[in-house]
Design a protein around this ligand. Structure first.
Ligand SMILES: [Fe+2]
Length: 403
């Protein structure tokens, strides 16, 4: 392949474009099954076209430059299919083939760009937003936009907690070092199913307690105990972090050991119990009928908190859920009115359970293995972890099945 000098969008550039709802189109040259599994989503609907790379490669001979072959094929095969007059981002799996396609398109007059590092880099991209920032209390929301995962660093004075960290530990250790924070504990709100947790490894690296509820230190399908040591994250066993208190609330439903953290009596790290648009799904342990009523009682418990409580979930479904600052947060008072699942709580346990059982999305098969990894029962290397994590989280109820 020849060197390409097409302009690139980094994952940070792409995130800006998506969160500002700018107009652009995507040409995704991955295979059809990869495209079907996972695509780039933004705040506004995107014009996204999938044409596998091999369909664009019809070399006249083995010495033909790839960009030249693409440029030759574009008028024949893509005429009328590609949007004109707006930027066109070419995307592949790892960013190694897309530059050549973008180069070929540029030669045909398209305003084409290459996504640097492809979908792998997009999947591993993190954004950080302060929720509150003062000496007394700082909360940084760390998102993985491609997956819809949210994690947190909570700090008061010089002490910090890391909650629900993803597996790229350096993102967290850099942030901690920049602020001179000393970590007191790493906490997982629950045994995650949609992504490989960084919790145990980060706690080991920092030589601090890893905290979890014991009900989630068991694989729900295999019933095998987790192969790591942890410290019990006990309901109502509040503890101090610098100048503020952290109050764990055991709220089973999405998992049996789900714990939410109420920080400084105001900020609720709501894990996968309560999201901005939706509530957590109770079926991933294979016992939806038994766990949906638990979720009902847990949401009732959260609803007893004051309206001013700021809800900070562990996932988002779409970028629409972000506010003007790009933060995924909402007051409990607003969610009481607008969150579909919470509104159903008012209808009572029977109606709530029926609604939940009628709104369950597909259970991705990779989730059982991811939980095995997160329980320390299986080890995975980086490529396998990346492969397991492909796609967006599916921890929330289906949004399409609403009222
Ligand atoms: Fe979850």
């Amino acid at each position: 392949m020849t060197d390409s000098h097409v302009p690139v969008w980094t994952p940070t550039d792409l995130h800006h474009q998506l969160s500002d709802a700018r107009r652009f189109a995507i040409l995704d040259v991955r295979n059809e099954d990869e495209f079907a599994q996972w695509t780039i989503e933004g705040r506004a609907p995107l014009h996204s076209l999938n044409i596998p790379y091999f369909e664009l490669l019809d070399l006249e001979d083995e010495n033909e430059e790839i960009a030249a072959a693409v440029a030759r094929i574009v008028p024949q095969r893509l005429q009328g299919r590609l949007p004109e007059g707006e930027p066109l981002l070419v995307v592949c799996a790892k960013g190694d083939t897309s530059p050549h396609v973008a180069e070929g398109l540029r030669r045909q007059g398209y305003d084409a760009y290459n996504l640097e590092g492809g979908m792998v880099a997009w999947g591993d991209h993190y954004e950080m937003r302060p929720i509150v920032e003062s000496e007394r209390l700082t909360i940084i929301q760390i998102s993985r936009p491609a997956k819809g995962c949210l994690s947190y660093v909570v700090a008061s004075g010089k002490e910090a907690l890391v909650v629900d960290p993803a597996r790229h530990a350096d993102r967290y250790t850099q942030l901690l070092a920049e602020h001179g924070w000393t970590v007191k504990a790493v906490i997982d709100s629950h045994l995650q199913a949609d992504h490989v947790s960084g919790g145990v490894a980060l706690a080991r690296q920092l030589q601090v307690d890893y905290r979890l509820h014991p009900y989630d230190a068991v694989h729900p399908e295999d019933l095998l105990p987790a192969a790591f040591t942890y410290r019990y994250l006990e309901d109502e066993a509040s503890f101090a972090l610098g100048e503020v208190s952290v109050r764990p609330l055991h709220v089973p439903g999405h998992t049996l050991g789900m714990v939410n953290l109420l920080v400084d009596n105001r900020y609720l790290l709501s894990g996968d119990t309560l999201f901005i648009d939706s509530v957590g799904r109770p079926d991933l342990g294979g016992r939806a009928e038994a766990w949906a009523p638990l979720l009902f009682h847990s949401l009732q418990r959260l609803l007893a908190l004051p309206d001013a409580t700021v809800v900070l979930p562990a996932h988002f479904g779409t970028m629409h859920e972000a506010d003007q600052q790009g933060c995924y947060r909402a007051s409990l008072g607003v969610l009481r009115e607008q969150n579909q699942g919470l509104r159903k709580v008012a209808a009572g346990e029977v109606a709530f359970t029926a609604y939940i059982l009628g709104s369950l999305p597909h259970h991705p098969p990779s989730y059982d293995e991811i939980r095995r990894v997160n329980a320390g029962l299986t080890q995975v290397d980086e490529p396998h972890a990346s492969e397991l994590e492909l796609g967006k989280n599916r921890c929330a109820l289906s949004r399409s099945n609403g009222e």
